[in-house]
Design a protein. Structure first.
Length: 306
């Protein structure tokens, strides 16, 4: 069994060492142009040449949460695309969203400014019932985020393409439930996959349907957000602010207005980073299952985009 590793901007050696330790009988190598054909690929943002030269791959395992970069490539239909189910990313994303939510709710940015001005000023705490949180995307990551937010006592709404049931979360689904979901939400969190249907979904119309003084937390994909629409609604006062971890262009250009906007918090696509040990354990388990002819979770539906 030959496994090839092709991951952009990743130090390959620790991955190769751990993979060899977990699969001692396998031939595991770093992909190079012209390399021998492999049975399985472990990838992150591989070039088109990788798949052009590996048409016989049984499966390609993506080590990140999103598969949009893979779906832009021409990949043989026989190659199964497999995403990570979680691999330690869900808890990171829940931490990030809860931090951003509490920072906004308790006005900690205002206290930081007060400290710089040597101002002693307590701020009134609004009831949590006045801060309903809406989670867009209720897959493995979104469901974990919704459950974490609910533990803080905030009302939690969830919206997904198909109906879902999550304890403690009021769930909406489909186009028919979208506007009702937005009207019930003051803090909007996007954990959606990147698909043609979700591109530009967070636009002026969507944001305008949120409750007044709304707040946006985007930990999904920058292409979901029409950035100029957010800036306009921040200027109008309808949007109170935003915490953004993902952007249409990454790294975020130095002249972008988000960097200096007083009500926008920018982080460098760090809400959920791949955990090597957990990712390898999951990938190895799936390879072993496929070798035995068993079904595995996390198969990517190319038509749906996730």
């Amino acid at each position: 069994m030959h496994i090839t590793f092709c991951c952009a901007a990743t130090d390959a050696e620790p991955w190769l060492q751990d993979l060899r330790g977990a699969l001692p009988g396998a031939d595991i190598s770093l992909w190079q142009p012209g390399a021998a054909p492999a049975d399985y690929g472990i990838v992150w943002q591989p070039p088109q040449a990788f798949f052009d030269q590996q048409p016989q791959l049984r499966a390609a395992f993506n080590i990140g949460a999103g598969v949009d970069a893979l779906l832009r490539l021409n990949i043989a239909p026989a190659t199964v695309l497999v995403r990570l189910d979680d691999a330690g990313m869900a808890v990171q994303m829940a931490e990030y969203v809860c931090h951003a939510l509490i920072r906004h709710y308790r006005e900690f940015a205002g206290y930081a400014a007060d400290q710089q001005a040597a101002t002693w000023q307590q701020r009134e705490i609004a009831p949590r019932s006045a801060m309903p949180v809406g989670i867009m995307g209720l897959g493995v990551l979104g469901a974990r985020v919704a459950q974490a937010v609910a533990q803080f006592g905030f009302p939690v709404n969830g919206w997904s393409r198909t109906p879902k049931t999550i304890p403690g979360v009021r769930c909406y689904s489909g186009a028919g439930g979208f506007h009702e979901f937005l009207a019930a939400t003051r803090v909007l969190v996007s954990v959606l996959p990147a698909t043609p249907q979700t591109r530009d979904l967070i636009n002026r119309d969507t944001l305008s349907r949120l409750q007044s003084g709304a707040y946006l937390i985007n930990v999904a994909r920058g292409a979901h957000l029409v950035e100029d629409d957010l800036l306009a609604l921040l200027e109008s006062g309808h949007m109170a602010g935003a915490t953004l971890d993902v952007f249409r262009t990454e790294p975020l250009p130095v002249a972008h207005p988000f960097w200096t906007h007083p009500r926008v918090t920018v982080t460098p696509h760090t809400a959920a980073l791949t955990v090597r040990g957990e990712s390898i354990a999951q990938i190895v388990g799936k390879i072993q299952a496929m070798q035995r002819g068993e079904a595995v979770r996390g198969l990517v539906d190319r038509q749906r985009g996730y």
